[in-house]
Design a protein around this ligand. Structure first.
Ligand code: MG
Length: 259
């Protein structure tokens, strides 16, 4: 049993051991020299793809995309003047490749003279991991949220039905907007149960709107989201929404895989 006399001796011993260690410590002790981060070449503008990005759409073709209805068929959205426009008759499209965690850049534009309101006004979406069939995946909402009232966890920049954006940094219809996304994929145990949730950080037009949000599961239109089904690497999917408004456009889409 420690007595009142022994305790201070322990304290003196601990302090003197610490000061001996602190004297021996050198700046180099806490320098880390390897592994050396890979050198990449950034794009000339911050929105341009850097040298290690996978280009998903550079204005020329949809070679990186397929139709969700038939993943053996090419995507049938419209490519013109370096811009990709939703073809509502052909449905959603998704990447040929599957991704785990990644950084994504994507630009989108609501048609200038859009007329509808609420969820019908320029609705699209980026499913950060497309986990279908059954689930749609995890939707980062695309919508005209410039003077357009709707439920806040369904406005532009929301993680649909889970997280409203921290601020509304929408530009006017007709102006190009950007999302920069850091997606941390969920991890599942071998028995299919969830090990770690998906997390997402999003910048909308350069403004932080989702700060490492921890997702509750893939997006659910009705009911509460949950991780009901394990999945691995998944495609990124773009939504062709069934509203009657004029279709929205995308450009300059690139992704960097994070290991
Ligand atoms: Mg949507």
């Amino acid at each position: 049993m420690m007595t009142n006399k022994i305790l201070p001796i322990f304290a003196i011993l601990a302090v003197s051991m610490y000061s001996v260690k602190a004297q021996d410590a050198k700046p180099a002790d806490t320098e880390v020299w390897s592994p050396i981060p890979a050198e990449i070449t950034p794009g000339r503008a911050n929105s341009d793809a850097p040298s290690d990005a996978i280009i998903l759409f550079d204005g020329k073709n949809l070679d990186q995309w397929v139709s969700v209805k038939d993943t053996n068929s090419p995507a049938k959205w419209l490519v013109s003047n370096n811009v990709l426009t939703v073809n509502k008759s052909s449905g959603n499209i998704q990447t040929k490749r599957s991704f785990g965690s990644y950084q994504l850049h994507i630009e989108w534009k609501i048609p200038e003279n859009i007329k509808e309101e609420g969820q019908s006004k320029g609705n699209s979406g980026i499913f950060l991991a497309s986990t279908g069939p059954g689930d749609e995946g995890y939707e980062l909402q695309v919508l005209d949220s410039y003077n357009n009232k709707t439920y806040v966890n369904g406005q532009a920049g929301s993680i649909y039905k889970q997280f409203p954006p921290l601020v509304n940094s929408s530009r006017k219809p007709g102006e190009w907007q950007s999302y920069d996304v850091v997606w941390t994929a969920p991890v599942f145990n071998s028995d299919g149960t969830l090990k770690t949730s998906a997390h997402v950080t999003v910048f909308h037009n350069g403004i932080l709107i989702q700060n490492d949000a921890e997702l509750q599961g893939p997006t659910k239109y009705i009911g509460k989201a949950s991780y009901s089904k394990a999945h691995g690497k998944s495609p990124i999917k773009l939504q062709s929404h069934g509203d009657p408004s004029a279709p929205i456009s995308f450009r300059n889409i690139w992704v960097r895989e994070l290991n």
